[in-house]
Structures are given as structure tokens and as C-alpha cells.
Design a protein around this ligand. Structure first.
Ligand SMILES: NC(=O)c1ccc[n+]([C@@H]2O[C@H](COP(=O)([O-])OP(=O)(O)OC[C@H]3O[C@@H](n4cnc5c(N)ncnc54)[C@H](OP(=O)(O)O)[C@@H]3O)[C@@H](O)[C@H]2O)c1
Length: 233
């Protein structure tokens, strides 16, 4: 396990599941972490045992005024890793098609998974120095090329949209030395992944953190799995 020294991570959407596990993983690696929740969560208890290295903030990424307020509260702090983990779905049924979804749920999934993470990045990116990393939790489901079996249709579409928006952000920042990451953690047992998922948190998160650390300083945009391998766009 590598150590991050004085490195600082901001993990957005960390109350439970992969975001909470990523928070504990970076704390174990010696990082200073600011982690966000929407309402009081297990992060509070974790902060009490983290020896001052975990700060808990509150933000709903779908509410732009809350994202702006978070930026103001962070007050120019340096963030070596900005990682937007927050995401949602409307069903854990892998066979769900877009014919099953209500228009309201379709909008909610798209706004939460594609538009809101990019708004967070646009609002907070000035806190990340040239040596830093800006990452988002995408999914292997976001790959257009690898969609040979269907399933998870609306969720897939939202992660493909996220990937496309991140490519547009990268194109607009072509001379930016910072590293941009779209991470695919594998199919993991969480509230979102459901009980039928193949992996436990421990099978996924150490590899996600290893991959993020291995990419430090590389620059450019990379769509990667938890074993640091490229995912097809
Ligand atoms: N599990 C998998 O198999 C899998 C696979 C690939 C990618 N992913 C992605 O990994 C990320 C985490 O998923 P998970 O499986 O850990 O899901 P989860 O257990 O359902 O956790 C989702 C997290 O996102 C937060 N969140 C949702 N909407 C938010 C919003 N509007 N503003 C701020 N926070 C919000 C939740 O906060 P609350 O507690 O307040 O709801 C929670 O902390 C998601 O982006 C997901 O798409 C998951």
C-alpha cells in the first residue's frame, strides 16, 4: 500500500457504497480527505476516528447553488485529487430497458450521473493544481463499443453521456497538464449495484485507488478499469 503524504482528496458522494469505501481507502493510505454527504451519514463516525484527517462536507450535486457554496467554503484549498463518485439508478434489475423508465426517472438519472458531476468539476476545478487529478466514477456500462449484450439501458446511457461530456471538457483543456480519469470499478455489491453484483467493495476499491495513484502526473484523459487497463470508449 502506498502512502500519499500530505496529499489531499475531495471525494464527492461518499456517504455509503463505493464513495465511503474510497474515503476509508485514501485515509488508510495517509491522505487528508474531505468527503461529502447529502445528509448525516456514517462519515460522521468515521471522522471521529480519523485523527483530524477527514473533514465532512455537505452537497447535493444536482443543486448548483450547493456546489457553488461548497466551493466558497473550501476557500481556495489545494485539492490533489478531485473525485466525483456520486451517482444513481432507478432499478437494480439488469434487464431493465428504456421502455420501463418514467420520464422523471430518466431525467433524474441523466442529471445526476452526467450533467451534475461535470458541473461539480467546472465549479471546483480551480482548486486542483497542475500536478493534480480530476476523476469521475464512470462505469464499464458507459462503453458504447462494449455494449454487445444490452441491459441497464438508461444507466448505461447516462454513463456514456458522462464520458462524452468529460471528453468535451478535456478537448476544451487540451493544454492542461492535469490528469483526467473516468473510472470503471467493476460490478460491485452496493445499494446501486444490487445483491447480484459480482464483486465486493474489497475486490474493487483498492484497485480503483491503485489506478488513481498510478496515473498521478500522467496528464490527458483516460477511461480505466480497477486494474489500470483502458476501457473501450
Ligand atoms: N456498484 C456498482 O456496481 C457500480 C459500477 C460502476 C459504477 N458505479 C458508480 O459508482 C458510484 C457509486 O455507486 P455505489 O454503487 O456506491 O452506489 P450507492 O451505494 O447507491 O451510493 C451512491 C452515492 O452517491 C450519492 N449521491 C447520489 N445522488 C447524489 C446527489 N445528487 N448529490 C450528492 N450525492 C449523491 C449517495 O448519497 P446519499 O446517501 O445521500 O443518497 C451515495 O453516497 C456511482 O457513480 C455509480 O454509478 C457503481
Amino acid at each position: 500500500m502506498s502512502t500519499g503524504g500530505e496529499k489531499r482528496a475531495l471525494i464527492i458522494g461518499a456517504s455509503r457504497g463505493l464513495g465511503y469505501a474510497l474515503t476509508t481507502e485514501f485515509l488508510d493510505r495517509g491522505w487528508q480527505v474531505t468527503a461529502t454527504e447529502r445528509k448525516p451519514s456514517a462519515l460522521r463516525e468515521l471522522a471521529e476516528s480519523a485523527g483530524g484527517r477527514l473533514t465532512v462536507e455537505t452537497v447535493d450535486i444536482a443543486v448548483p447553488a450547493q456546489v457553488t457554496a461548497l466551493h466558497e467554503r473550501l476557500g481556495g484549498s489545494r485539492i490533489d485529487l478531485l473525485f466525483v463518485n456520486a451517482g444513481t439508478n432507478y432499478t437494480t434489475d439488469p434487464s431493465a430497458t428504456f421502455t420501463d423508465v418514467s420520464t422523471d426517472d430518466f431525467i433524474r438519472v441523466m442529471v445526476t450521473n452526467a450533467l451534475s458531476p461535470m458541473r461539480v468539476i467546472e465549479t471546483l476545478e480551480d482548486l486542483v493544481p497542475p500536478s493534480g487529478t480530476i476523476g469521475v466514477m464512470s462505469s464499464g456500462q458507459g462503453s458504447v463499443t462494449d455494449n454487445t449484450n444490452g441491459g441497464f439501458e438508461v444507466y448505461r446511457a447516462s454513463k456514456s453521456a458522462l464520458n462524452q461530456l468529460m471528453r468535451s471538457f478535456a478537448a476544451r483543456h487540451a493544454d492542461d497538464p492535469r490528469t483526467l480519469l473516468l473510472m470503471a470499478p467493476g460490478w460491485v455489491k452496493t445499494d446501486l449495484g444490487g445483491p447480484g453484483a459480482r464483486l465486493n467493495l474489497d475486490d474493487s476499491i483498492p484497485g480503483v485507488a491503485d489506478t488513481i495513484e498510478a496515473q498521478t502526473g500522467r496528464g490527458g484523459l483516460h477511461y480505466l478499469d480497477r486494474q489500470n487497463r483502458s476501457v473501450n470508449w
